[in-house]
Ligand binder design. Structure first.
Ligand code: FES
Length: 132
């Protein structure tokens, strides 16, 4: 599932519309926040579209990247859909500066995102201090 502000903001259009939909075991769901002339696809934000698609959590992992508010809202949607915290994965690389454990800018409690992550499950994030 992929969302962007508008059709013009979508990247990898050839892959999204011509290549990935024909790949085995792959379904592609694209939405834009604002429609435009010629766009006949979904219009709306990712979290409600995620719930509308109603993916089963069985044998699945959800990997989230994007703006923090979108990630937060998608985590809530996935929880409503029955995904366990261990099945939800995201990345915190936006907190990183040096990326090699030297500057200390990426610490969350006792963790350094650049060393201990930057990819964490929601279950792991739940163990970190509330600053998230
Ligand atoms: S980014 Fe500098 S310590 Fe993690």
């Amino acid at each position: 599932m992929y969302g962007a502000r508008s059709y013009d903001d979508l990247v990898f259009k050839d892959d999204l519309f011509n290549i990935w939909p024909d790949m085995p075991d792959t379904s592609v769901h694209v939405t834009v926040d604002v429609g435009s002339p010629g766009w006949e696809g979904k219009v709306g934000f990712v979290p409600p579209y995620l719930e509308e698609c109603a993916f089963s959590p069985e044998n699945r992992v959800a990997v989230l990247c994007g703006p923090p508010i979108m990630i937060t809202m998608c985590m809530k949607s996935l929880a409503k859909m029955g995904f366990a915290d261990e099945q939800i994965v995201t990345t915190l690389e936006m907190r990183m500066q040096c990326g090699i454990g030297k500057c200390g800018r990426c610490n969350i409690g006792s963790k350094l995102v650049c060393i201990d992550g930057p990819v964490f499950t929601k279950a792991e994030l739940n163990e970190l201090p509330e600053e998230m």
